[in-house]
Design a protein around this ligand. Structure first.
Ligand code: APR
Ligand code: PHB
Length: 388
C-alpha cells in the first residue's frame, strides 16, 4: 500500500490533521490502537481558543460547534471566599473562548472522516515505524492476522504521550524536559446545570477546585486530590461535599448536585520533547508535549501544531518553499509559552505540601492579579491563546 502521509493516532490531533490534509487533496491513512468507542470514552478538557475554532473551521467540522458551543467572554478566579471576574473580551480587544468538549470535537472529526470515506484503521495493536530517516519511510502493522506495510512520504506522530512514534526515535536524538506536580485532579461529570455561567478557578485552603461545564445542563467539576487517591475513594457525596467546602459561600449555596456520569483522576505534569521532527517523522500534540490541565491548553496546543504541520505539508506538495524545516522551532516557540502559562496557573492555584512562604506568595500574586489591569491583561492574553 502507498499513501502520502501515514497518521498514527486517531485522537483530536490525528483526526484534525487527516481532515485538513484531505481538504488539500493530500492522501492519508489514520492508524489507531484503540476502538472508536474507547477513543470517544475519554473525557478531557473543553475550552477552545479561537485558533482551534479556526482550525476546525478550515477542516469543515464546525457546524455543531457553532450551534452548541458556548461562547465565554470571561472567567472567574475565587479566593478568600470571593470571586473576581477576568473580562477576557475587553482585555484582549474582543477575543473569547468557546466551551465545547474535546469528546465532541473528536466525534465531529470521526463523523467527517467517515462521511468522506477516508481510510481509518481502528484497533491496530502493533504499529511500527521504519526508515523515517530516509525519504522512503514505511509503517507496518497487522490487520486480521495479516501483516500490512504502507509506504509513504511522511509519518505524523499523533499518538499521544504513550504512543509508539516518539518511542521510535533514538533516545540520543531527543531531549525531554519535565516537571511533575505532587497532586492530581479528581474530576466528576454530571447532568446538572453548571453552578455559574462562566468557569470558576478556585484557590482554597483545602486545595484547588474548578467549576466547568459541557453545556447548560451538563457540568464538569474538579478538586485537587493526593496522587495516591483512587476513584473508589471518592463517592459522589464526598466529592460534592469537598467541592462545596472549596467554593465561595454564594456559589456553594447555588451548587446543584446529582449522580455522576463519569469520574476519573488525572495526575498533573509538564513535559516537552525536543525536537519535534526526525527525518520524515513529525510529532504533534500529546506525542510531543503535555501540559497540566490548568488553563486547558492541551487540545489547543495540539490544534496549533496540526495547523503548522498542515500548512508546511501543503506548501511541500505545492512545491513552494515549505515550512517543514521550521516546523519544530515554530511549534516549540508557542508550546513553551503555553507550558509557562499552565505551570504558572497551576503554581498559583494549588495547595503544595507545607510551604508557608509559597502560600504567602500565591496570595500576593492573586491580589495583584485581581487589582492590576496589566496583570489581568497578561492572564487574558494567554488564556485566549497566543498567536502562532
Ligand atoms: N498506535 C496507534 N495509535 C496509538 C498508539 C499506537 N501505538 N498509541 C496511542 N495511540 C492513540 C491513542 O489510543 C489515542 O487515541 O493515539 C491517540 C492519541 O490521542 P490523544 O492522547 O488524545 O492525543 P492528541 O490527539 O495529541 O490530543 C491532544 O489534548 O486535551 C489534550 O491531552 C489532551 O488528548 C488530548 C490532547
Ligand atoms: C474542563 O472543562 O474539563 C476544563 C476546563 C478548563 C480547564 C481544565 C479542564 O482549565
Amino acid at each position: 500500500m502507498r499513501t502520502q502521509v501515514v497518521i498514527v493516532g486517531a485522537g483530536p490531533s490525528g483526526l484534525l490533521l487527516g481532515q485538513l490534509l484531505h481538504r488539500s487533496g493530500i492522501d492519508n491513512i489514520v492508524l489507531e490502537l484503540r476502538s472508536r468507542e474507547h477513543v470517544l470514552g475519554r473525557i478531557r478538557a473543553g475550552v477552545l481558543e479561537e485558533l482551534t475554532v479556526r482550525a476546525l473551521t478550515e477542516a469543515a467540522v464546525d457546524t455543531r460547534l457553532r450551534r452548541e458551543g458556548l461562547r465565554h467572554d470571561g472567567v472567574q478566579l475565587c479566593f478568600d471566599d470571593s470571586r473576581h471576574r477576568i473580562d477576557l473580551h475587553r482585555l484582549t480587544g474582543g477575543k473569547h473562548v468557546v466551551v465545547y468538549g474535546q469528546t465532541e470535537v473528536t466525534r465531529d472529526l470521526m463523523e467527517a472522516r467517515a462521511a468522506s470515506g477516508l481510510a481509518t484503521e481502528y484497533e491496530v495493536p502493533d504499529v511500527s515505524l521504519h526508515d523515517f530517516d530516509t525519504t522512503r519511510p514505511k509503517v507496518h502493522y497487522t490487520r486480521a492476522g495479516r501483516s500490512v506495510r504502507i509506504e509513504c512520504d511522511f509519518i505524523a506522530g499523533c499518538d499521544g504521550f504513550h504512543g509508539v512514534c516518539r518511542a521510535s526515535v533514538p533516545q540520543t536524538a531527543l531531549r525531554m524536559y519535565e516537571r511533575a506536580y505532587p497532586f492530581g485532579w479528581m474530576g466528576l461529570l454530571s447532568d446538572t446545570p453548571p453552578v455559574n455561567d462562566e468557569l470558576i478557578y478556585v484557590n482554597s485552603p483545602r486545595g484547588f477546585a474548578l467549576c466547568s461545564m459541557r453545556s447548560r445542563t451538563r457540568s464538569r467539576y474538579y478538586v485537587q486530590c493526593p496522587l495516591t487517591d483512587k476513584v473508589e475513594d471518592w463517592s459522589d457525596a464526598r466529592f460534592w461535599e469537598e467541592l462545596r467546602c472549596r467554593l465561595d459561600r454564594a456559589s456553594a449555596e447555588r451548587l446543584i448536585t446529582g449522580p455522576s456520569i463519569e469520574k476519573s483522576i488525572a495526575p498533573l505534569r509538564s513535559v516537552v520533547a525536543e525536537p519535534m521532527r526526525f527525518g520524515q517523522l513529525f510529532l504533534a500534540g500529546d506525542a510531543a508535549h503535555i501540559v497540566p490541565p490548568t488553563g486547558a491548553k492541551g487540545l489547543n496546543l495540539a490544534a496549533s501544531d496540526v495547523l503548522t504541520l498542515w500548512q508546511a505539508l501543503e506548501e511541500h506538495y505545492r512545491a513552494s518553499p515549505s515550512g517543514l524545516a521550521q516546523y519544530s522551532d515554530r511549534c516549540l516557540s508557542r508550546i513553551w509559552k503555553a507550558e509557562r502559562f499552565s505551570w504558572w496557573l497551576t503554581s498559583l492555584l494549588h495547595r503544595f505540601p507545607e510551604d508557608g512562604f509559597g502560600r504567602k506568595l500565591q496570595h500576593a500574586e492573586l491580589e495583584y492579579l485581581v487589582s492590576s489591569e496589566a496583570a489581568r491583561a497578561a492572564f487574558a492574553e494567554n488564556y485566549v491563546g497566543l498567536p502562532i
